[in-house]
Design a protein around this ligand. Sequence first.
Ligand SMILES: [Zn+2]
Length: 241
Amino acid sequence: MTRFFWLREDSTVQAHTNGSLNAAHKWGLPGLAGCPGCGETWASSGHQYPAVDLSVLPEQSAFLKARPEPFTEFSRLRELVRPLAPPGALLPPGTTFGPLVGTASGRFGSFAWLGNSLLLIRHEELERLREEGIRGLLGARTALRFRQKDAPELLELQLDPRGQLHADCMPPDLPPRCATCGRLGFRRPDEPILDAASLPADVDLFRVGNFATMIVGTERFMETVRRLELDGVSFRELPTR
Ligand SMILES: [Zn+2]
């Protein structure tokens, strides 16, 4: 039985790294203004496709500025993007695409975070993980401007939302997912539990399908990171049921 671990920034590493990033994805779907189904105005987080290039779209300028749009316009823009996105991607409001654009400075560890749900890795460390047989790693190029010379080559990991949190760790009175916009509004549980039957067997690193800001790795991923002495991530085991 595979064990699964929740990845977060390793705050003990910040003592000897001082890397800082000020960046955002080049493109994004707008947020949704006043869903005709549930009435909510919202945008998701954690749905990020840095390897998806929207520059081929004649209307790419419609994806440059974050703002809410009514459902019909949001849906129209989403259908323009869908053929470029991975098959089956949910593409909720606020989904982002393309390289991280911005500035970077300082020293980075093997892994770097932007916020707590965007994970970058040095190119050479990504290659080492692949050589060790870690599956499902897609490193997308970034467009970061470094202040210093001999800057690291940081790639952003594009991680598909897969699997689910178990219903047992979610609020019992949680309203069902909105049939129109797909919104399922709940805070991250204090004690997350993964739904064992839903978890992918073909990748070692993924986002949680119904809580995409959570990045989860397999036991094999955790052990390989430790054996290679890669720094910048901490691991917390999540129970499965
Ligand atoms: Zn809705």
